[in-house]
Every structure is written in C-alpha cells, then in structure tokens.
Design a protein around this ligand. Structure first.
Ligand SMILES: C[S@@+](CC[C@H](N)C(=O)[O-])C[C@H]1O[C@@H](n2cnc3c(N)ncnc32)[C@H](O)[C@@H]1O
Length: 511
C-alpha cells in the first residue's frame, strides 16, 4: 500500500523516517501518522517535538499528513514502517512527497473513522480574523477550537444566568485592605517638569505626579488610554490618537522646557511572550524615544521596559540603540526593579534606564531602595521594611491559610479577541488556583463579579481588583470596555514603582 503526503516546503534533505500510527481507542485501527526523522529535525517543521516516549532514535519528530498534535498519547503509537522522504524540487519549487508503506486504503474498514478523526485533528485557522497584524494565532485543531467554542457558549450562558439572578453568589463583596495611595504619599511640588511619552493608562505618569513632578504634556496613541489620563487629570495636556503619535511629533519646541522625559516604549518587540524581533519589529519605538530625548535635551530621562530587554540577547540592541545614541550627553544607569519591593502585591519585574545630563546628578543618584519585603527568607536584612501584602490580603479576601503575590498580570490588547483574562502562563494558572482566585472573565465591577459565580467557586476579579494588584488606586478612571481597561492595566508600570524611581531622580537633583 502506498500513500503520499506533502513535505513541508523548506526541507531539502532526503531522509529515511519511521511512520507511526496512533490506534483508535475503540477500534484499534490507525487514526493518524507521525513521521519520525532518522537523521535530524531539519525537515520537520509543523508542530514541535513529540513526546519523548515516541522517539526511538532520539531525534525530534513532528506530526504530518493527518495533522495530529503531539501529546502523551504518542506513547501508544505503533510503527507502520519506514518511509523515504522526497527531495525538494529546487528547480520549479513543486511540492515533493513522502511515501509510506502499509497505509490503510480508502474503503478499508475504519477508513471513514480515520478521515473524520483526521479532519477534527487537523490544524484549522480561527474564524475570527485578527485586526492586529502582529498577532500570532495559536495552532489549534478543529477539535480544540470546538472545545473552546463550547466553553465560551457555556460561560456566556452562565453569565446570563448570573445577570438574571438565577445563581446564588458565593462571596461577599470584598473591601480591599491595600490602598495604593498609601504606597505613594503625595509629595509637594518639586517644580520639575516632565514630558511623558507612551503614557498608556498612566502608570508612570501617576507615579511622577505623586512624586511632585508636573507634566508639560503626555503622548499616547491609543484613544481610550489618553481618555483615561484626561479623565484622571483634566488640567493636563494629553495628546491622544493621531495627536498622541510620537512618530509625528516635533519636539524642538519643547527644547529647554522639560526637566525630565519619561516613557515606556511598547514592550512586545522584546517580551518573551512574543517573537522577540527587537529592532526588526515595526512596533519598536525606542528610536522615537531617543529622538525625543536628543531634541528636547532634558536634564534627565527615565525609560522602562520588560526585563527581557536586559537579557544577553538584546545586549547589542541596548548598546547600539540606547547607550551609544544617548551617552554623548547622558550618564546612564540600568536598574532592575521588582514591584513587590514597593508594596505592590504582584510578581512584576521592570528594567529601567535612568540618564542624567550632569555628572554630579548622576553621581548623587541612588537607585530606589525597597520599602517593602515579601516573605521572610531574608528577614535579617529586611526586618525594617514594611511587609508587602499577598494578593488575597490586598484584596481583602478571607484567610484560607495561603497567600501569594499575584502572578504577573498579562499585557493584552494584542490578540484578535477582546480578552478579559489576566492570565499569563500555565504557572500563573496554578498560583491563581492555589489562591482560589479566578483570573478569567474579569468583571466590570465588584457587584458583577460577585453575581457571576465562577465554575470552580473561586473568587472572580473585577477591574478594580486588578487595579489594586497593579498598584493603581481604586478611583483611577480607566476608560473603555472591560478588556480595554484591563489592557491599559496590564501594560502599565505599577505606579508605586514609578513613584519610587521618580522620587530618587528628584532627590538626585535636590541634593
Ligand atoms: C508599555 S505601554 C506604556 C505604559 C505606561 N508607561 C504606563 O505606565 O501605563 C506602551 C504604550 O505605548 C503606546 N504607543 C505605541 N505606539 C505609540 C506611538 N507611535 N505613539 C504614542 N504612543 C504609542 C501604546 O498604545 C501603549 O499604551
């Protein structure tokens, strides 16, 4: 018996491979194929390495042909025999084939089952078109997509039942114990003027504001985020939408008018959650921040980003795009900060570059020291610090004998759907489970969160709760639909962290 499969187009080597099949649970007949490379993983390019148990040669392997995903099920796969992969036709680019033996024929008993199963297990694109050109769609099979659709239908129905008052709430409305304003007591005006770029929902802006800086202007391309700032600070000059686009801003008129430029360019080009294309990502806005600093010539600048920017991978980028471009005028320091050190009940790291035009300011600058401690591991060094609350305590939830920092809140606004989940990873899911907090379907208000009982009975978050976990005060007036508010929250620097940096920069000027 013979059957042909298309070979991934970028493969060139001829290789002998083993074809494996997975027996159907009911009939035991073959339901799909896995091609195991004999020599290397060079030509196998679709689905990622299969489970260790299936690899006879130790080489990596991928599903082909019938598109089955790799899973623990591979352990039950059986060998069908050896195949030779076709050579890529380099001349006319025609798709080559591989040939297998002992493949069941159409018409064989079980063949329809194979086809139906194969269709369900083949990777299909989402029906929802992404409006974001940078979105990386997940590779999901028809079966997986159907499971997600069912989940979404069930959760819509559950929400409806909750709104109609058919479900008895399980939790009282919570009263948070943490007031983020307490983490950043308002300082008197220091008469220092700040210019804010990439202001987002205002995390850094609020931190600088509370530290006594005034703002000359804020620039943010996203209309809803700019609206948040306008609502929070009606007397500020907030440039939003097209007017907030830093790529078309002319900065020279602000030269000499600004003491400090601060900003957090989009982190997606560097984030480990993305493709990490750095300078090759069109969202890389560091050159724009650098252009602004060079034109405005402030006394100092503060620029933040995800910790990945400080990794080895981006060291050449940091050197050529930031340090080399600005060190002609600025003495630059790089800091790695942790939100919990400033009382924010969340695992959140940020890399911050601080540059001073005058050497004596740079010498006087002392990086912000922790004001809080989480846990007791280094108690002897940190006993004088205040205790950072865990997520449950900060939200005012009943004691369950366990508390932890909230996992990093995801920064969203990049997918095709408008997600109201703050979940970032599988590890985060485990922590939320232990915390008995439900991180998906964040509700617009505490009342709605209480009414909409989570399937597992865990505490459902509201936007206000997520704000507390991110160090934003409850009255910060995020604009837009729930997903949009969460997006602004997830993109933000926790204001108490911004406050700590702003305060230490101001102290360097004052001394
Ligand atoms: C990481 S967020 C900044 C968050 C902000 N620092 C805070 O603490 O809330 C980056 C922001 O840059 C904005 N942005 C992206 N491209 C922009 C552009 N060309 N002009 C102005 N803002 C832009 C995004 O909309 C996003 O809100």
């Amino acid at each position: 018996m013979m059957r042909t499969w298309p070979v991934p187009p970028d493969k060139s080597a001829r290789a002998m491979c083993t074809v494996w099949f997975r027996p159907c649970r009911r009939s035991g007949r073959p339901t799909g194929h896995l091609i195991l490379s004999q020599s290397s993983s060079r030509w196998l390019g679709e689905d990622g390495p299969a489970s260790r148990g299936s690899s006879r040669t130790g080489d990596s392997c991928r599903c082909l042909a019938l598109g089955l995903g790799n899973s623990g099920a591979c352990r039950t796969w059986r060998s069908l025999g050896r195949v030779r992969m076709g050579r890529r036709n380099a001349v006319d680019g025609q798709t080559p084939t591989i040939r297998g033996e002992r493949e069941p024929k159409a018409g064989d008993a079980g063949a329809e089952e194979i086809d139906a199963d194969a269709q369900l297990d083949s990777v299909v694109p989402s029906r929802i078109r992404s409006t974001n050109p940078h979105h990386q769609p997940r590779k999901l099979t028809a079966r997986q997509r159907e499971a997600f659709r069912q989940m979404s239908v069930q959760s819509r129905e559950a929400k409806l039942r909750a709104i109609q008052g058919e479900v008895e709430p399980l939790h009282e409305i919570n009263v948070p114990k943490l007031d983020p304003y307490d983490l950043m007591p308002q300082r008197e005006s220091n008469r220092l003027r700040a210019l804010s770029l990439f202001s987002g929902g205002g995390g850094l802006d609020l931190g600088f504001d509370r530290a006594g800086f005034s703002h000359v202007a804020s620039y943010e391309i996203l209309g809803h985020a700019a609206e948040t700032l306008k609502r929070a600070r009606p007397n500020w000059v907030v440039n939003g939408n097209q007017d907030g686009d830093v790529t078309s801003a002319k900065w020279t008129s602000l030269s000499g008018e600004v003491d400090i430029v601060h900003g957090g360019p989009p982190c997606q080009p560097f984030s480990i959650a993305g493709r990490q294309k750095g300078a090759d990502d069109t969202r890389d806005m560091w050159p724009e921040l650098v252009r602004c600093i060079r034109a405005v010539k402030p006394r100092a600048f503060v620029a933040e980003n995800v910790p990945a920017l400080a990794s080895k991978k981006f060291a050449p980028y940091v050197q050529s795009q930031i340090i080399d471009m600005l060190s002609y005028r600025y003495h630059i320091k790089m800091l790695m900060l942790r939100a919990e050190d400033f009382g924010v009940p969340q695992i959140r790291r940020r890399v911050v570059f601080v540059g001073f035009a005058r050497k004596k300011d740079a010498v006087r600058f002392v990086p912000p020291a922790a004001t809080h401690r989480w846990g007791d591991s280094q108690l002897e060094f940190t006993e004088n610090l205040e205790r950072c609350m865990g997520a449950r305590e900060a939200l005012g939830l009943p004691d369950i004998g366990f508390d932890a920092l909230s996992p990093t809140i995801r920064s969203s606004l990049t997918g095709p759907r408008h997600t109201t989940s703050i979940l970032n990873s599988v590890a985060a899911q485990r922590t939320f489970e232990a915390l008995q907090i439900w991180p998906n379907g964040v509700a617009a208000t505490r009342e709605k969160a209480r009414a909409y009982v989570a399937n597992n009975g865990h505490f459902r978050l509201s936007v206000q709760d997520v704000a507390v976990l991110q160090g934003f005060p409850e009255d910060w007036p995020f604009d837009g639909a729930t997903y949009m508010q969460l997006g602004q929250l997830g993109n933000a620097v926790p204001p108490p962290m911004g406050y700590a940096v702003a305060s230490s920069v101001a102290a360097a000027f004052e001394a």
